[in-house]
Write a protein that binds this ligand. Structure first.
Ligand SMILES: Nc1ncnc2c1ncn2[C@@H]1O[C@H](COP(=O)(O)OP(=O)(O)OP(=O)(O)O)[C@@H](O)[C@H]1O
Length: 259
């Protein structure tokens, strides 16, 4: 189970001139700090898939980076399978598979080498890595390019390789930041199938997205954040009930309620 409560994170603004026009007008800008995440809470049980929605700049990536131990929160609690992530980030990290927004693959290495390297960092033995890669290559359809250098990969190849790398150590929970952004329909479908497979295995999955159709297809729980605050956190059916027949309108309703 993944549980986060009242998370908050602010960033010091080094150069106010570099802020976008929207950020300059954002009430989250207070003096020399931008309060990206102010109060975000949600939870995701075993075998559940949670879709994290929100407009650009809402604080989704910042939230997921805190959840994955990449960033330390200023306030709030994060528990993953009962482990306090803030107090024990190294223990928590072994339990988490995290796909960040940028794939960050080493271009000079092949897909297999990139995934193997992460397996080694997690302390896996060579034969266990080999078996796991064979399994993930089937699931994510990597076979035709696995032994090519990543610098020649398409966006979809990069993303599927990055997902395999994120889960090479068989994590207990999976967190994906916009896993299908920029993917064509076939590649997105492969990622959807992969998420369903994780769900069937009982692995909780949290993913951020701007695609309401994939939320409708895959998610049990929906969390909407806006301006760093949770606006909605409930089941998919409760979300759909906000505006029957239009997920788009349901999403807009959650934002208006907070305004
Ligand atoms: N390291 C940082 N320093 C300063 N501001 C930051 C930093 N990281 C994020 N922010 C700001 O915090 C706000 C929230 O950003 P975040 O990337 O979490 O939003 P998001 O919901 O993921 O947006 P998108 O849908 O566009 O990816 C943005 O205004 C962003 O510019």
């Amino acid at each position: 189970m993944i549980k986060i409560a009242h998370l908050a994170k602010r960033f010091a603004v080094e150069n106010p001139k570099k802020l976008s026009e929207q950020e300059k007008k954002d009430p989250r800008l207070k003096g020399r700090y931008f309060h990206s995440v102010k109060d975000v809470s949600f939870s995701c049980n075993q075998g559940q898939v949670l879709g994290l929605l929100g407009p650009n700049g809402a604080g989704k990536t910042t939230t997921l980076r805190m959840l994955s131990t990449a960033l330390k929160p200023d306030h709030g609690e994060i528990a993953i399978q009962g482990v306090n992530v803030v107090e024990k980030p190294l223990v928590a990290r072994q339990k988490i598979g995290f796909l960040s927004g940028s794939t960050g693959l080493y271009g000079r290495l092949t897909g297999r080498e990139n995934i193997t390297y992460f397996g080694q960092l997690h302390g896996m033995q060579a034969d266990a890595i080999e078996q796991r890669i064979a399994y993930l290559a089937d699931l994510l359809e990597l076979h035709s390019f696995l032994d090519r250098r990543c610098e020649s990969f398409s966006t979809g190849m990069k993303q599927r390789t990055a997902i395999a790398r994120a889960v090479v150590h068989s994590p207990e929970v999976v967190i994906l930041d916009e896993p299908t952004t920029g993917l064509d329909i076939m590649a997105a479908q492969t990622v959807h199938t992969f998420i369903r497979q994780l769900k069937e295995q009982g692995t909780p999955v949290i993913f951020s997205t701007h695609h309401l159709d994939e939320v409708s297809e895959l998610c049990d729980q929906v969390t909407v954040i806006d301006a760093g605050v949770t606006r909605f956190n409930n089941s998919l059916s409760a979300f759909k009930a906000l505006s029957p027949g239009s997920m788009h309108q349901a999403f807009l309703n959650t934002l208006q309620q907070g305004a």
